[in-house]
Design a protein around this ligand. Structure first.
Ligand code: IPT
Length: 956
């Protein structure tokens, strides 16, 4: 018995040869969209024996059936959802049959009619008017069928039977939800007589002369290519590549994505075409575009929409590209499959370098980074041709996009003949672009060496060509000539990633290191329609990988997580260094690839205690790309912040020609001469009136509404600390009892002493709070001045998450104003997007709704703050040295216990964490842990706080 089609390692059958994808708006040939509601029936057997009757208008195309009430989503990362027995799949194979009828539009005379599917997951048998057209495989690749001779005179009936599991599943083991169905558009295309079957306009730029050339291949009779803007009108001959001189042109790059729009015309069809002239090379061990070395400030993008899964609208794609550009990204890797082709057009227009990655991953067959089981499909002869064809299908579909500068055969599939065949084929078909593939450590068939999640020191070694030799001498020699790119790094899961700035420094130092791609763009959670964010296991799946699917820079609803602002700051193509601002100049570094700074402006602001006292804006000089300069501070700025009784600071913002902020920075230039609080000084009124513990407690309660004080060393575990991480620090911290400290309060004549000890261990944290009353001024009630010290006895653990004090409050404080770093949360190795200044946030903005609840929201570098409650209480804090504050409507324990954001309800409880020292966060959820200099030891802490009744801001 021959294998059923869904278990055949087949290439698609009955299909047209692959060709360039043309948007229906770009051709004058007729097209009919078959998107919309289709009839549907669903069963669990691939032979269709249990498919009931069709339900009319029951499902939306494009879409996934699991998100429309049939079957369940399931999320696994590396593991396959069923036992490995390629090419066999389980008998329980969810199967959906789609049906719709349509009429061929009038006027489609002559020529042929094609039926195009842009994406069907994972395998489909397609039937038109009772005739089988063929079988589609390759979920994220298009198939086209010639249906000309099968059209009936009346209406047409199209039936598509789709299977969740197929032989193709074995090569589609990407880290994402298993979701099925017709998830991209279905279109009927008229191909008039003498229309254009395929074309490739490959536009080259010669940096030395500034001349452009187009190599044009066309599969069409008597085609004419015209670009009026270039004064170009050329006749093309089918079957031969014509080389067309275009004269002087402006080159295309991510920074200046210059496109020329023209027309490719035959007697039967006109297609709008776009040229981006650029030359991609490896020169002297560096990737260059138009002769300029590039530095990838990139991100890995899965296609995702929390409501519709991988069926993403054009509007969502546009939002993604706009957000990437606005946040200083210049590159995107289409992890781990060819994206909807519309996205690539957006990258051409906006300026993003693209790694176009083919639909291949066999991760579940890998034993470790270097070895795979012998059954790995990429090692099997029968997979060579189907996988080679997948590469061909992607490249032919996407070849006209100037934004694509690298081709990738796939992700994490190891090495083998099938991958070699993919790389060798594309090397011959398109030598104008480069090849990259992380999965083959020999890098034999690629132009760029790449790894993922590599620790900083190893990356430095690569930058210095000090890498471990490859066992094969020839491969080693070749690999040492290659540039290096991190295809994935800084795993943006939950709070973090830390370590980004240090990677950026390495990229800036070593020419061989040409940047990397942050993992990943968006948290891939499912919103079932009520705003909840669900992850693996929430659909009753037994096998799943939990919240590992939520590791993006955007929260599931596309609101930026704080990390996005940090990435924007670190990736900024313009750096401003304010270290010497007091002396009258700042450093400006132009990190662009081609742009000089003539079109950018700098906005200066002088502030006293956070209030703007002077501002001025000026054009930046035309500093060439790659160069640095000293820029004089305008006279008025420094004059306005001459030392006085306030914290004086200077702020700069760099704005693009369009007025968008590229980056910002700020520096404190003077502190008040009579700063009342010196960290090492004595209490202002010490000796005179030290309050007893009981008096101090009463004072704190009446002034601030303090209900209880709990010293704290533990944080609600962040994803980077949890047990699945590469450095499961939280396991260690729990073993050390940090989450279970018990406290003993002693009220003495000189204040409060709190002994905090873990169960059954000998060491303790001793917190001492001494206080004196502050005199009342101008009729207002007086305040309190506190001296807080925290120190250790015995042998505390070597590394701690934080050192501080949790304050449970009586009033429902709902707003924080502060002078410090902001506007976002900040930890020692995050918060690069923050600047010093006066900030304000309501309770909701003060917490970050990470999908999996964890430590979040602390505002760092705080020197002054005012907390205001709904009841009208306000209290001001002035600190002798910068501290971190986190105001939350739940306790650390509540935060730590919840497993979904929606489990945390906002009541009237308020908890303030006063964090005197904090560990970094690292990126160990997938990658290196906290860098040594961000680790926190058991170090004595001291701070002096002045608390006073605050002025309530009058709200309308
Ligand atoms: C690696 C994968 O390439 C990516 O798809 C994703 O799984 C990511 O990391 C983690 O979120 S897999 C890792 C085990 C190296």
């Amino acid at each position: 018995m021959s294998a059923p089609y869904w278990e055949a390692t087949l290439v698609p059958t009955g299909v047209e040869p692959p060709r360039s994808w043309v948007a229906v708006d770009d051709t004058d040939a007729g097209a009919l969209s078959l998107d919309g509601r289709w009839d549907f029936r669903y069963g669990r057997r691939a032979d269709g024996s249990d498919l009931g009757d069709f339900v009319p208008d029951a499902i939306t195309v494009p879409g996934h059936w699991q998100l429309q009430g049939h079957g369940q989503p399931q999320y696994t990362n590396v593991r396959y959802p069923f036992a490995l027995n390629s090419p066999h799949v389980p008998e329980d194979n969810p199967t959906g049959e789609y049906r719709r009828s349509f009429a061929v539009p009038a006027g489609w005379d002559g020529g042929r009619v094609l039926l195009r599917f842009d994406g069907v997951d994972s395998c489909a048998r397609i039937t038109l008017n009772g005739h089988e057209l063929g079988v589609s495989t390759g979920s994220r690749l298009p198939v086209e069928f010639d249906v000309t001779d099968l059209l009936s005179d009346g209406g047409q009936e199209l039936v598509v039977r789709v299977h969740q599991w197929s032989a193709g599943t074995y090569v589609e083991d990407q880290d994402m939800w298993w979701l099925s169905g017709i998830f991209r558009s279905v279109t009927l295309l008229h191909r008039p007589a003498d229309s254009i079957r395929d074309f490739w306009l490959n536009a080259d730029f010669e940096p030395a002369t500034g001349l452009g050339t187009v190599t044009a291949e066309v599969d069409a009779p008597a085609a004419v290519l015209s670009f009026p803007e270039l004064g170009l009108e050329a006749e093309l001959t089918a079957g031969t590549a014509s080389s067309i001189d275009c004269g002087p042109v402006e080159p295309w790059s991510a920074e200046r994505p210059r496109l020329y729009t023209g027309v490719l015309r035959t007697a039967g069809e006109s297609i709008t075409v776009r040229l981006g002239f650029r030359r991609v090379r490896v020169e002297q061990g560096q990737i260059t575009v138009n002769g300029n070395p590039v530095l990838f400030r990139g991100v890995n993008r899965h296609e995702w929409d929390a409501r519709t899964g991988r069926a993403v609208s054009a509007a969502v794609m546009a939002t993604d590209v706009e957000l990437m550009k606005a946040n200083n990204f210049n590159a995107v890797r289409t992890a781990h499959y060819p994206p909807h082709p519309h996205f690539l057009g957006l990258c051409d227009a906006a300026g993003l370098y693209v790694i176009d990655e083919c639909d291949l991953e066999t991760h579940g067959y890998l034993i470790d980074e270097f070895t795979s089981t012998p059954e790995n499909p990429v090692l099997q002869p029968e997979w060579v041709e189907p996988l080679r064809q997948r590469m061909q299908r992607m490249v032919e579909r996407d070849k006209n996009h100037p934004s694509i500068i690298l081709w990738s055969p796939g992700n994490e599939s190891g090495a083998g003949p099938a991958v070699d065949a993919m790389l060798e084929w594309v090397g011959r078909r398109d030598p104008s672009r480069l090849r990259i593939y992380e999965g083959d450590k020999s890098s034999r068939h690629v132009d760029v060496y790449s790894l993922m999640y590599t620790p900083h020191e190893k990356v430095r070694a690569l930058g210095e060509y000090r890498e471990e030799p490859h066992a094969d001498a020839a491969a080693d020699e070749h690999r040492r000539t290659l540039p290096f790119v991190l295809v994935e790094y800084v795993h943006a899961m939950g709070l973090g990633p830390g370590g980004l700035s240090e990677y950026d420094e390495l990229f800036a130092t070593y020419p061989r290191l040409q940047g990397g791609f942050v993992w990943e763009w968006i948290d891939m959670c499912i919103d079932p329609g009520d705003g909840r964010w669900l992850y693996g296991g929430d659909f009753g799946e037994e096998l799943h990988d939990g919240n590992f699917v939520a590791d993006g820079l955007l929260l599931p609803d596309r609101t930026p997580s704080p990390a996005l602002a940090d990435v924007k700051a670190v990736f900024s193509p313009i750096r401003v260094d304010l270290a010497n601002v007091k002396d009258g100049s700042i450093g400006v570094h132009n990190r662009h690839e081609v742009l000089d700074l003539a079109e950018f402006t700098i906005a200066w602001r002088a502030e006293l205690d956070g209030e703007c006292v002077f501002q001025v804006q000026e054009q930046l000089p035309p500093l060439p790309a790659g160069e640095s300069m000293e820029l004089a501070v305008p006279a008025g700025v420094l004059a306005a912040v001459a030392p006085g009784p306030a914290i004086a600071s200077v702020h700069v913002r760099i704005l693009s020609g369009a007025g968008l902020e590229v980056t910002r920075n700020a520096a404190i230039v003077a502190r008040p001469a009579d700063h009342a609080l010196a960290a090492d000084g004595a209490l202002a009124t010490a000796g005179s009136a030290l309050l007893s513990g009981a008096e101090l407690e009463r004072g704190l309660e009446s002034l601030w509404g303090v209900h209880s004080l709990s010293p704290r060393l533990w944080r609600a575990p962040i994803d980077n600390d949890r047990s699945f991480s590469w450095q499961p620090r939280d396991d260690f911290w729990r073993k050390a009892g940090l989450d279970q400290l018990t406290h003993r309060h002693e009220n003495g004549p000189e204040g409060i002493t709190i002994h905090s000890t873990p169960p059954g261990l000998e060491w303790s944290l001793v917190t001492r709070i001494a206080g004196t009353p502050l005199p009342a001024t101008g009729g207002a009630t007086g305040g309190l001045e506190l001296d807080i010290t925290q120190d250790f006895t015995g042998e505390p653990p070597e590394h701690l998450p934080q050192i501080g004090l949790d304050v449970a409050l009586v009033d429902d404080y709902c707003q924080l104003d502060w002078l410090g770093l902001g506007p976002g949360e900040g930890y020692p190795d995050t918060g690069q997007g923050n600047t010093f200044g006066r900030h304000q946030a309501g309770l909701q903005q003060l917490t970050t709704p990470y999908v999996y609840p964890q430590e979040n929201g602390a505002r760092a570098g705080v020197e002054w703050a005012r907390m205001s409650s709904a009841q009208g209480r306000a209290v001001e804090l002035r600190a002798s040295r910068p501290v971190s504050l986190a105001l939350r409507p739940w306790s650390t324990e509540e935060l730590a216990q919840a497993t979904h954001g929606f489990e945390l309800e906002v009541g009237t409880d308020r908890h303030l964490s006063l964090i005197l020292a904090s560990s970094g966060v690292g990126t160990a959820s997938c990658g290196p842990g906290i860098l040594d200099h961000y680790a926190l030891g058991a170090v004595k802490q001291q701070v002096r706080l002045q608390l006073s009744p605050g002025r309530q801001d009058v709200t309308a």
